[in-house]
Structure formats: C-alpha cells, structure tokens
Design a protein around this ligand. Sequence first.
Ligand SMILES: Nc1ncnc2c1ncn2[C@@H]1O[C@H](COP(=O)(O)OP(=O)(O)OP(=O)(O)O)[C@@H](O)[C@H]1O
Ligand SMILES: [Mg+2]
Length: 227
Amino acid sequence: MATEPLLVAENLHLRFGTTVALDSASVAVHAGEVLALMGPSGSGKSTLLHCLAGILHPDAGRVTYAGRDLTAMHDSERSALRRTELGLVFQFGQLVPELTCLENVALPLRLNGAPRRAALRSAAAWLERLEVSDVAGKRPGQVSGGQGQRVAVARSLVTRPRVVFADEPTGALDSLNGERVMQLFVAAARETGAAVVLVTHEARVAAYSDHEAVVRDGRVRTMEHVR
Ligand SMILES: Nc1ncnc2c1ncn2[C@@H]1O[C@H](COP(=O)(O)OP(=O)(O)OP(=O)(O)O)[C@@H](O)[C@H]1O
Ligand SMILES: [Mg+2]
C-alpha cells in the first residue's frame, strides 16, 4: 500500500514581475526518499524548492507538509516548522562567518533552545560524521569549499529534520569532492530517515536519488522513479 507523501506541491504559480517562474508546478515527496529536481537554468528549480521549504509564498496553489497547509500558515508557525522539521543546504554563503565551524553546526540546536554544551557535543558528532572534525575550531573563511559544504550539510542535519532541502549542494566543488560530499549527505540523511529534495544540474548527483523530476518552464514535466 502506498503511503501518503510527506510534502506535496499542487499547481504552484509564481511570478516575479512579468517573469513566470512557476506555472502550475506539482510534485510530491515521500518520507525518507531522495528527490532530485533537474532541468535547465531558469526553469524554476530553485523557486520550486523555496516554495516547498516555505521560504517563498506561491501566488496560487498549495504546499502541504504532513497534511498541514504550509501556504495557509502564519509566518511564525512556518518559521517554527522550518527551525524544527526542515533543514537547508545552499551553495554559497550559508555559514555565519563570525562563528567557528563547530558553533555554526550547533547554532540550529541553540536556536531551538538546546543547552550550549549538549549542542556543541551533537555538533562535534556531526562534524565527525561528515569527516571534517579537523576544522571544528576554524571559521568558515579559513576552510576549503568542500569542507565548508560538509559543515553546511552537518548543520542541516543536526536537528534531525524530516526534510532537507539542498540547492546545488556540490555545485561549487570539483567532481571528486562533490561525489564524496554527496555520498556522505545522502547516507546521513537516509540514516536519520530524512527526506531530501535537491536541485542539481548533474546527472552524477541525481544518481543518488530515488526520484528525478525534470522542471521546464516552471512546470514539472516528468517524474521518474530511478531506483
Ligand atoms: N528574485 C527574483 N526576481 C526576479 N526574477 C526571478 C527571481 N528569482 C528567480 N527569478 C526568475 O524566475 C525564473 C526561475 O528562476 P529559478 O531561480 O527558479 O531557476 P533555476 O531553475 O533555479 O535556475 P538555475 O539552474 O540557473 O539556478 C527565472 O526566469 C529567473 O530569472
Ligand atoms: Mg537555481
């Protein structure tokens, strides 16, 4: 028996001025699965991801998370949900430059009210899981792109979210580094049971996913089960 999807976007429409970014985009994500959003530049992938994560509000259509209408929620309710049940990894500029890598990973726990020592302990375990314990005391400006990306992945998973969103998580990395970050990311997400929605241009990255959705002209054109 098929289970209900955890996250559903139905007929999303979104314009930026006269640009139609989403034109009746629909997609569904099941608990624990990895969904890759593929498609040409400007097709609406990031916009769709941001709507799914409750960061952007569609002009029309609906996003439902665990049966709750994300589009109808108050901002405060949606932010609380983002802090506790959703995780985010972006390509650039996601770490707080003034904090060490360890503190960056601990930050979401601290924001959720965890005591400092417990938060730092969990953060250290996640850095170890992503094989970057050695940069714990460094600031983001002092680490390589690949290390920074691993720290960002650790930070997105530290709260054990039910869905992690990643916009081209390895886009800035060379292929060997990107491959390793992707392996660690997907393995860690699968271990915690988190669903992953990721945007990528690379078929190589999409190979780690369960489903692949191709976005074209603001719409999800095909949805394929890849494994
Ligand atoms: N903040 C914005 N203001 C105006 N137009 C925007 C904005 N964000 C996106 N757009 C436009 O909306 C369309 C979809 O953009 P989106 O960022 O979702 O594409 P994408 O598929 O993620 O592309 P890429 O692969 O290059 O990241 C594009 O035409 C883009 O120019
Ligand atoms: Mg994009």
